[in-house]
Design a protein around this ligand. Structure first.
Ligand SMILES: Nc1ncnc2c1ncn2[C@@H]1O[C@H](COP(=O)(O)OP(=O)(O)OP(=O)(O)O)[C@@H](O)[C@H]1O
Length: 264
């Protein structure tokens, strides 16, 4: 899909009335959201609130049952074939479990992000170009992971593996990185390194970042804007500093940070 170059402000992605129903569960229930290019947004809320579903609908891994989604005015839900593949690579996902190939070198893992940019046959054969290699090294260096490039992925700590996954997302040349609980399985030091990496790609490369987080403290430290979900609905959308104890009580039923982490 050929979109105009990203602009620094104004709605980039617009969701209106997005609904996703699984049997009895309304995973998303009329979600309306405007996202500007270059934002770094935390998505918070209790377990089952719809946070993961929101990211996968944006990426179009799943399609909603209702509502509209536009990117710079273009109907994202109408994209098919090559345009849809292009959209998915422009919305790079980062998962809690990294999804790296354990026995392959870090560099190869990152280069697989480039496969989405290429015709199917070379992709199937896993053939990488010098350009792929250069892009992968550049992304690793940008995230202070250059020295690890030739190690096997499973030799790295969880935080380092997640930074490799972020480098892999970067070489997809994304408009937006959708990170689904990227630090949920990491200790505080590694969580910070991963959040720093996401903040860096946001700040230095202008990539919009949407992160599902269990921790309100991390949202406060890294994300100027928070979107809180409850039962598939957006119940708060505004500055993260506006998450007062009263607002948290409304979102989680408690304002106690430990109880919030357990509920999320
Ligand atoms: N594939 C599916 N089939 C059936 N129900 C689903 C499916 N995916 C999600 N749901 C339901 O949709 C609702 C929202 O789930 P979702 O995973 O988006 O929540 P979440 O906020 O990301 O939760 P968590 O923080 O636990 O990951 C839940 O009730 C969940 O059980």
């Amino acid at each position: 899909m050929s979109l105009p170059d990203p602009v620094p402000s104004g709605p980039f992605l617009r969701l209106e009335g997005i609904t996703k129903i699984y049997g009895e569960a309304r995973a998303l229930d009329g979600v309306t959201l405007d996202i500007a290019q270059g934002e770094m947004i935390a998505v918070i809320g209790r377990s089952g609130a719809g946070k993961s579903t929101l990211l996968t609908v944006i990426n179009r891994l799943i399609d909603p049952d209702g509502g509209t989604m536009t990117c710079k005015g273009r109907d994202v839900l109408a994209l098919r074939g090559r345009d849809l593949r292009d959209w998915r690579r422009r919305c790079a996902m980062v998962f809690q479990r990294f999804n790296l190939v354990a026995r392959l070198p870090v560099l190869t893992n990152v280069m697989t992000g480039r496969l989405a940019l290429r015709p199917l046959l070379p992709s199937l054969l896993g053939l990488f170009t010098d350009e792929d290699r250069a892009a992968a090294i550049e992304a690793l260096v940008a995230l202070d992971m250059g020295a690890q490039a030739l190690k096997r992925a499973d030799e790295l700590s969880g935080g380092q593996q997640q930074r490799v996954a972020i480098a892999r997302a970067m070489v997809q040349d994304p408009y937006i990185v959708l990170a689904d609980e990227p630090v949920a399985s990491l200790d505080p030091r590694n969580s910070e390194a991963v959040m720093d990496a996401l903040a860096r790609i946001n700040r230095d490369h202008g990539i919009t970042v949407l992160i599902n987080l269990h921790s309100v403290a991390l949202a406060r430290a890294y994300c100027p804007r928070s979107v809180a979900m409850s039962a598939g609905r957006v119940v708060y959308d505004g500055p993260t500093e506006g998450l007062t104890p009263q607002v948290l009580e409304r979102i989680y039923g408690t304002a106690d940070p430990d109880a919030i982490e357990d509920a999320a």
